[in-house]
Structures are given as structure tokens and as C-alpha cells.
Design a protein around this ligand. Structure first.
Ligand code: GLU
Length: 550
């Protein structure tokens, strides 16, 4: 019996050889310097911030250099698979405008290098595994879970490296006849790669982020095909897919770095050129004085759904990730405020090798800036789109009177230093509620009085103001009114006078305008009071002031 017979016994259904697939998926027609990148999520029903982080790098590399960005659905762990999970990833990428050029979703295949879903590529993997078995580079292993556990505990007890390698790789010594006999008898088996590596020897591996690394050669006969469903393991699927799909750059999490020696040995066994690797650092966050990995279980911000639910503009999320993708991004952005992140030249060398620190406060600041630069129409539209899915209350408020809503948003907008109080759409109501009488009335208000707290004095200020000095016909006249009111009641209308002779006054114009502001909104800090008053109008202001006095 030969290796070929064994290969036929294991894969009787495989019709083609690997050359068939080499021809079916020819080398991509790339121009000099062009790249092929991919995002390869496992469909778990959850989209991690890290997936977007990597997808941005994939996308930006292709935008910088030309080429193709594709999505591959790595669904070989059929137990973990969740219905619709890839659609969630694709929809999110679409929303963020980083749509792959090639992908497969809900039966629709876009691109010539598919299927882009691993469970549909079983026959391809089998062809490549069969090829290795024919060459004697892979073999069936019949070790049971119990035998493997026992081997491991013996290794641990003797303090030697654990794993299926060298003399521990029992099944590599079975004869072809023994192997065939067990297979015919229905004994369950996996397929292992037959390693020729020597762990004591080193090779140089160049990761584009971490630079040149000296790694031990692989000597493990690792599993390439599982027994339960005959699907390949990640190691093998990665080789076949990235080779046939023509990937030039693999951007993946650094948790794969320890497997690199296995991957390189596999590529060599086939004589294929390995892609370039960018192992991205873990996304970490600060907790007290330490940092830790962003956790799916503990941190809502690890999930892309968080940003959607809170209503962060997509651009803010991208910008915040760009700042941890390359250390020189912020500087570049400052120097090129009108360029988009796609024009930034990404460099793996400028990526932190130790951990990418993600900070929600930073995201908030970036977001406030972005929202402050939107026009009132844009912000109305964006917040309405968000409210349609996430806030019935805001949706109703906007639809009640779009013009009025935009006017509120427009206070201190479209000017050199626009207001920056909103970081996400779920904060809008808490910033503008006092501009709506019904919300104002139902709110349990805490009036943030400052220097002047005496109710009688407050009443005097508000009534005198409304009776004698109120006007919103223009900003200067409005301010003169407040000044005259101050003088009338014994407050300094001029801050300089007040500072020089505080003893001559009850207080200053600043104290008086604070009373007018707090009595109207309950808040001691708001955007421009003149604009608030203009929008509310005399009647509503009078009503609030009088009801306060009661
Ligand atoms: N499916 C793998 C993961 O989710 C992808 C790793 C890769 O990009 O190669 O970790």
C-alpha cells in the first residue's frame, strides 16, 4: 500500500488535484506594489472593536496602494456559529464605509475567488490535505482524548515541553497498513501535519509591526483536519485560503504570533510564498493605575453595537481608532485638517507593538469636535436617523418641529469656536430639554444658583428685567438691557469697576445674568443666553419666571 492509496481511502470523493485549484484561482492581476488584504471574522454574532480596527488597516492599505480588500467568513467552528453573524459584520463595515470588494453574504457571492465562506470550501481543503498525505507529509492520528491528556500530564510531570512532537507523536510511526486498517474499522481520527522542524533551531521571521523576530522552528505534528466534521483547523484553512485568494498582507491579532512557525512550515511544505504579516497589538484600556485587555464580558465598548446604541458618529469611532493605529496620526490630522483618514499613509512600523490603548474619553473629545463642525441640518438628520432606531423620545421631539430643533442645535454653531457639548446622540436631550416647555415642566429641577440665592432678590431681578429691560431685537441691545438692569438694582454693570470697588456694589452684571440664566433653565452653564432667550421668546420666559416666584 502506498501513501496515495491511503490518501484515496481517506478522501475517496476528492476529484481534483491542487493544480486544478491553482488554475481555477490564478494569481491576481496586480500592478506593482498593489496589495490584497482581508478581514476574516469568525461568525459569533458579535462584532468586536478589534475587527473594525483590523478592517480599517486592511482598507487603508488597499486605499494607499491599490489592490483588493475582501472578507472571508471563517465559520469552521460550527458549534459557535450564530445565524446572520456575517451579515452583522458586513452591515457594520458598510455603515463605516469600509466595504470589502469581495465577500459572500446570504448566498450572494461577490468576487472571483470564492466561496468566501470556509464551510463551503471543504472540498478544496480536502484536496490540499490529500496532497500532503500523498507526499507523506500528513497522516491520520487515532489518539484518543484520554491518551492525549495522559501524554500531556506525563510531559508536565517531567517538566518537558507539552505537545505532539518527536517521540510523543505516536501515530506518525504507524505503517500505512495499520493506518488503513484502523480507518476501515471506523476508528475516529484527525489528520496531522508531519513536521520536519527542529525546535532547537531558530529562524528569522519579520513581522511588519514587531520587526525581525527570532523564533524556534515548529516541530509539532499539529492537527490540520478535525475528526468530527472533517473541517480544517485555522492553521490549515489560513494556508489554503490566503494562498488561493492571493492575500499579500495578513492583518490579524497578535494572539496568532505563537503559531507563525507552524504557518511558515506549512507554506514551505507546499512551496508557496507566505504573505506578509501585520500582527496587531491587543486593544487595551486603563483601569485605575493599570491597563488590561478590552474584555468582551466586562466592557460594553468592546462591541461595535455599543457605538451604534450610544449614537457616536461613525467618523468619530474611525478617528479614535486611527489614533491608536499609528502614533503619528493625530499630528498628521492636525496638519491636514481637511483630508480624510484614507489619505493618511499607514505604516506598520508606527504601530504600538505592546498594546493599543483605547480611551473612551478621547473618543468623546474627538466626537464633540466632529459634531461641533456639523451643520444644523446634518446634525438634525444624523440624530434623527439614530433616534429612529434608538430613541422614540428624541424622534418625537425632532418631528414635532424640525425647524425649532435645528435652531436649538444652531446656538453657537457655525462659528469659529463652536459649542462642543454633545459627544453622542443619546446626550442631546440632556443638553436641550429646557428648550421644550413640556420637558422643562416634567423635569425634577435642581436650580444651580450661584452667588445670589435669596428668592426675593431673584424675583426682583427677573420681574424688573421683564418689565423694563427685556429685549431680543439684537444682541447688543439685549446685553445693554442686562447692564441697565444691573445698575438699576445696585450691581456693577462693568466688571472692571466692580473689581476695583466691590464695596460699592451688591454684586456684578455677571451675577445678575446668572440669575436670569438659572431662573430660565435651572442650569448655571448653558450656551449663549441671548440666543436661548431669542428662541424661547418673551411669553415663555415670563411664564417660567413667574412660575418660579410662586
Ligand atoms: N478567524 C480568525 C479570528 O477571528 C482570523 C484570524 C486571521 O485574520 O487570520 O481570529
Amino acid at each position: 500500500m502506498t501513501n496515495k492509496d491511503l490518501a484515496n481511502l481517506i478522501f475517496p470523493e476528492v476529484k481534483h488535484d491542487i493544480n486544478y485549484y491553482e488554475e481555477k484561482y490564478p494569481k491576481r492581476n496586480l500592478k506593482e506594489g498593489e496589495v490584497v488584504t482581508r478581514v476574516a471574522p469568525s461568525p459569533t454574532g458579535y462584532m468586536h472593536l478589534g475587527t473594525l480596527f483590523q478592517a480599517i488597516i486592511d482598507y487603508i492599505l488597499v486605499k494607499n496602494r491599490g489592490g483588493v480588500f475582501y472578507l472571508r467568513n471563517e465559520d469552521t467552528d460550527t458549534k459557535r456559529e450564530i445565524e446572520g453573524a456575517v451579515k452583522l459584520v458586513i452591515d457594520t463595515l458598510k455603515e463605516y464605509e469600509i466595504m470589502p470588494d469581495e465577500y459572500e453574504v446570504e448566498g450572494k457571492v461577490v468576487g472571483e475567488y470564492g466561496p468566501y465562506r470556509q464551510t463551503e470550501r471543504k472540498e478544496i481543503y480536502h484536496t490540499f490535505i490529500k496532497h500532503l498525505i500523498e507526499k507523506g507529509e500528513a497522516y491520520p492520528c487515532f489518539c484518543t482524548k484520554e491518551e492525549l491528556a495522559e501524554m500531556r500530564s506525563t510531559q508536565e510531570k517531567s517538566k518537558i515541553r507539552t505537545g505532539y512532537y518527536g517521540k510523543w507523536a505516536k501515530c506518525r510511526n504507524l505503517t500505512i497498513e495499520e493506518q488503513a486498517e484502523k480507518i476501515k474499522a471506523g476508528t475516529p481520527y484527525v489528520i496531522r501535519f508531519k513536521s520536519h522542524g527542529d525546535f532547537d533551531k531558530k529562524f528569522i521571521f519579520e513581522d511588519l509591526v514587531k520587526g525581525k523576530l527570532e523564533l524556534s522552528l515548529n516541530d509539532e505534528d499539529f492537527i490540520i483536519m478535525k475528526s468530527s466534521d472533517q473541517l480544517p483547523t485555522y492553521h490549515f484553512a489560513h494556508l489554503v485560503d490566503d494562498h488561493l485568494m492571493g492575500t499579500t498582507h495578513v492583518i490579524r491579532g497578535e494572539e496568532w504570533l505563537p503559531s507563525v512557525a507552524k504557518h511558515i512550515e506549512l507554506f514551505r511544505a507546499f512551496g508557496f510564498k507566505p504573505p506578509k504579516y501585520i500582527h496587531t497589538p491587543l486593544i487595551i484600556k486603563k483601569e485605575g493605575n493599570t491597563v488590561r485587555k478590552l474584555s468582551k464580558r466586562k466592557d460594553p465598548e468592546a462591541s461595535m453595537s455599543y457605538y451604534k446604541e450610544c449614537g457616536y458618529p461613525k467618523k468619530a469611532v474611525i478617528e479614535s481608532l486611527m489614533t491608536i493605529i499609528n502614533s503619528n496620526y493625530e499630528e498628521w490630522h492636525k496638519a491636514n485638517p481637511n483630508s480624510t483618514y484614507l489619505e493618511f499613509k499607514y505604516s506598520p512600523k508606527k504601530m504600538s507593538a505592546s498594546g493599543a490603548l483605547y480611551d473612551l474619553d478621547k473618543l468623546k473629545n474627538i466626537s464633540k469636535n466632529i459634531i461641533s463642525k456639523m451643520t444644523k441640518e446634518e446634525l438634525m438628520q444624523e440624530s434623527l436617523t439614530w433616534a429612529n432606531s434608538y430613541s422614540e423620545k428624541l424622534k418625537k421631539l425632532i418631528e414635532r418641529d424640525k425647524e425649532y430643533y435645528m435652531n436649538i442645535l444652531n446656538i453657537e454653531r457655525e462659528q469659529k469656536k463652536p459649542r462642543k457639548d454633545i459627544a453622542k446622540y443619546d446626550e442631546i436631550i440632556e443638553n436641550i430639554w429646557y428648550m421644550y416647555d413640556d420637558l422643562y415642566e416634567e423635569k425634577e429641577k435642581v436650580y444651580e444658583w450661584q452667588k445670589i440665592t435669596d428668592p426675593k432678590e431673584i424675583q426682583t431681578i427677573t420681574t424688573t428685567y421683564m418689565d423694563k429691560y427685556f429685549t431680543t431685537s439684537d444682541k447688543e441691545l439685549w446685553f445693554n438691557g442686562v447692564k441697565e438692569l444691573s445698575e438699576d438694582l445696585g450691581y456693577a454693570s462693568n466688571m472692571k469697576d466692580y473689581k476695583e470697588h466691590p464695596e460699592n456694589y451688591k454684586g456684578s452684571v455677571a451675577d445678575v445674568s446668572t440669575v436670569l440664566r438659572v431662573a430660565l433653565t435651572s442650569k448655571s452653564t448653558t450656551p449663549d443666553l441671548y440666543e436661548i432667550m431669542s428662541l424661547l421668546g418673551k411669553e415663555r420666559i415670563t411664564k417660567r419666571y413667574t412660575s418660579l416666584a410662586k
